[in-house]
Design a protein. Structure first.
Length: 441
């Protein structure tokens, strides 16, 4: 009887997962997911879902038809504005709220535009990577240094006006004031470096994700616990957290929250040690419902610390990319920097590239992108078509173009300037044809 019950349960899990997958990919799916995250106060993640929604249906609409005669209020620009308001970004909040008001009237839009206009936008959130207590301490110290700088600068200006009439002793005092001011400037610069130490080095990125057409969600990744091969047991969770934070900050991928990953690992009784082989990792990725999983290991010894990571496609189990990092030290700061470095390497190695379908055969699709643009066998592309331009109803500025997702492709052969691909997913009622555009998932 027990095996029978287990089979029924497994069937229900697969059936529910299939139903969920079939419903995904529509603008209202992303919009409703964003509203759920917004209700939980997860503003950044909610914005990501709203952006996915407007990539498919740009205009706010008080009566938006989802299917048949079913209508919903659809206000992604308004809700993005509210999220930006709560994140302290007044300019972005005003932009999205005004855009929403131009397309569809809403009392909530008017309410938040008034708040933004009155200067009631909350302060910017705590710097990523620092605790609130540390951030507040650094802010107070920065303010103290700024006040001291102004005081010394005023004294310096007063002394400069009397420079010609000063004695040798007074000239010495003037030099001391200059030295103090220079020291304060150095301290302030060091403080700024410390505040920004958790931010990703933008100069290391090889492309700008915001300049690439967005069609629905981008590649989703679950970061599993890294295997700890010696050293502090706490490194496993710390590396996982830092990798999740770094990848999410890049805005290239959709990153699953750690609590969701831990729940699946617990249900599968796989533990949190990170000692999970590739086959089990792919199984976990399929259960979670992501495009790829990131697994790896960290080794600490007398010669320093090494970290390895592999990004694996959950559909076919192939390695998309593999990266490593080394340090001759084993401090927590070095471990964080290695995790951040690997995240950037993955970002650069799985680039967002746009191209075109140049030929359609019964068995394959030819694209005009290849290794010259960073494409490799096993990568996935989203194929879509562009519709009418979306213009601002007041200014006439072209804001975007309406896009329709047609399906997804898997690169099977990649040459220098072209690739062969097979269709792995096709949207109901859509046809893929020569001239359609593609973008890396």
């Amino acid at each position: 009887m027990k095996p029978f019950k287990v089979s029924i349960l497994a069937f229900l899990v697969v059936a529910l997962g299939a139903g969920s997958a079939a419903a995904a990919g529509k603008p209202w799916n992303y919009y409703e997911e964003g509203q759920k995250l917004m209700a939980q106060g997860k503003w950044d993640r909610a914005i990501d879902e709203f952006k996915a929604a407007v990539s498919l249906e740009f205009k706010d609409n008080a009566q938006f038809r989802t299917y048949g005669m079913h209508f919903i209020p659809y206000f992604p620009h308004r809700d993005m504005g509210i999220c930006y308001f709560n994140l302290g970004d007044a300019a972005a909040a005003k932009r999205e709220l005004e855009l929403s008001a131009a397309f569809a009237k809403s009392g909530k839009t008017t309410e938040y535009l008034a708040k933004v206009g009155s200067g009631a936008v909350p302060s910017a959130p705590v710097t990523a990577g620092l605790s609130r207590e540390e951030d507040e301490k650094l802010t107070r110290e920065r303010e103290r240094l700024e006040l001291e700088k102004k005081r010394l600068a005023a004294e310096l200006a007063a002394l400069e006006t009397q420079k010609k009439a000063q004695s040798e002793a007074e000239q010495k005092a003037l030099q001391e004031q200059k030295d103090k001011l220079a020291k304060l400037e150095a301290e302030k610069a060091a403080l700024e470096r410390e505040r920004s130490s958790s931010k990703l080095p933008i100069g290391a990125l090889t492309y700008d994700e915001s300049r690439v057409t967005r069609v629905g969600q981008r590649m989703s990744i679950a970061v599993l616990p890294f295997e700890n091969k010696g050293g502090d047991p706490g490194l496993t969770g710390m590396v996982q957290d830092k990798m999740i934070t770094s990848l999410y900050s890049l805005k290239r991928f959709k990153i699953l929250e750690r609590t969701q990953i831990d729940k699946v690992l617990g249900e599968q009784k796989l533990g949190m040690t990170g000692a999970i082989d590739q086959a089990k990792a792919v199984k976990v990725g399929k259960l979670i419902g992501v495009d790829a999983i990131l697994i790896g290991s960290i080794t600490t010894g007398g010669l320093g610390t090494g970290m390895d990571a592999r990004l694996i496609d959950t559909e076919n189990g192939t390695i998309i990319t593999a990266k490593d990092a080394m340090s001759d030290r084993s401090t927590l700061a070095d471990v964080r920097m290695m995790a951040q470095s690997i995240a950037i390497d993955i970002y650069n190695d799985v680039p967002l590239v746009e191209g075109y379908v140049i030929r359609m055969d019964a068995a394959k699709v030819l694209l005009d992108v290849g290794t010259a643009k960073g494409m490799r066998k096993g990568m996935k592309m989203v194929v879509f078509k562009e519709g009418e331009a979306i213009t601002h109803p007041v200014t006439g500025e072209i804001l975007n173009k309406q896009v329709t997702k047609l399906g997804e492709l898997l690169l099977t052969e990649v040459q220098d300037r072209m690739s062969e691909a097979e269709i792995v997913e096709k949207e109901t009622g859509q046809t893929i044809a020569t001239g359609n555009k593609v973008v890396a998932k």
